[in-house]
Design a protein. Structure first.
Length: 256
């Protein structure tokens, strides 16, 4: 299976697998001096750079993508500790949690039963988890609805809270500074607009809230490591053979 380039998105990812482990390259995981690692189970927080990873042999896994607040409620930790990091789930939810879940998943007769196992495990975590601040929940909802198109000052005015308070809440319950989250949401919006809906990259930049095409190019290069043209070429090429991974937003493409 070719390695998959996972792009920054406003999600926190949980993977629990059995069989061949997931190999990550340049993922910045804790304790890995070489920037690579193998994981049967992992949690990855919000990121501002892409991650390359894949399976070298036969493996099965369940992947859950949380909203940042959903992850905060289930994991019960300060989300800034996960920003740009990859950790083992047991570090967050308790020793042997992953082993017990993996055993149940492997023993389940089919995928419908496995999703029931996952639902049960997450519901138990949710029952014991913290409740997000109504302020950050409102700010997140407004920022998401505008695809990152609100400034810190605008959100402060809309929620009736100070800018400093919002920054503290975003760090605690979302994981990244508000400006970084807005940048990722804008990037994902640009990725998921229908192909060919704009005549040029300049028009796309204007539609997505970038200052100009150069601004769009800089953000794509910083967040994806690729220019818009390079990323579209990679995505279109992989789409031809049915291997492009696009679920909800465009979060990943396969690297050939």
């Amino acid at each position: 299976m070719p390695a998959r380039l996972t792009l920054p998105a406003a999600t926190v990812t949980l993977i629990v697998g059995w069989g061949d482990p997931l190999h990550l390259y340049g993922a910045g995981e804790k304790g890995s001096a070489g920037g690579t690692g193998t994981w049967h189970a992992m949690v990855g927080g919000l990121r501002t750079s892409p991650v390359l990873g894949g399976y070298r042999g036969a493996g099965q896994a369940v992947e859950v993508d949380f909203t940042p607040l959903g992850a905060y409620m289930c994991l019960g930790i300060s989300m800034h500790n996960l920003a740009n990091e990859t950790v083992h789930p047991d570090e967050l939810v308790g020793k042997r949690w992953t082993q017990r879940l993996t055993e149940r998943l492997a023993a389940a007769p089919d995928w419908e039963a496995r999703w029931e196992v996952v639902d049960d495990a997450l519901a138990r975590l949710l029952a014991d988890g913290p409740v997000p601040s109504p302020v950050v929940a409102e700010a997140w909802s407004r920022l998401s609805a505008r695809h990152g198109g609100m400034t810190l000052g605008e959100l402060a005015g809309a929620t009736g809270r100070g800018e400093r308070r919002l920054q503290v809440l975003f760090r605690e319950q979302i994981g990244l500074p508000l400006q970084s989250v807005a940048r990722i949401l804008r990037f994902q919006h640009a990725l998921t607009l229908p192909y060919g809906s704009h005549a040029s990259l300049a028009e796309l930049a204007a539609a997505c809230g970038y200052y100009d095409q150069a601004h769009l190019n800089r953000d794509f290069k910083a967040l994806a490591g690729l220019t818009p043209a390079q990323l579209c070429g990679l995505a279109n090429q992989t789409a031809l053979d049915g291997t492009a991974a696009v679920e909800g937003g465009r979060t990943s493409v396969f690297n050939r």
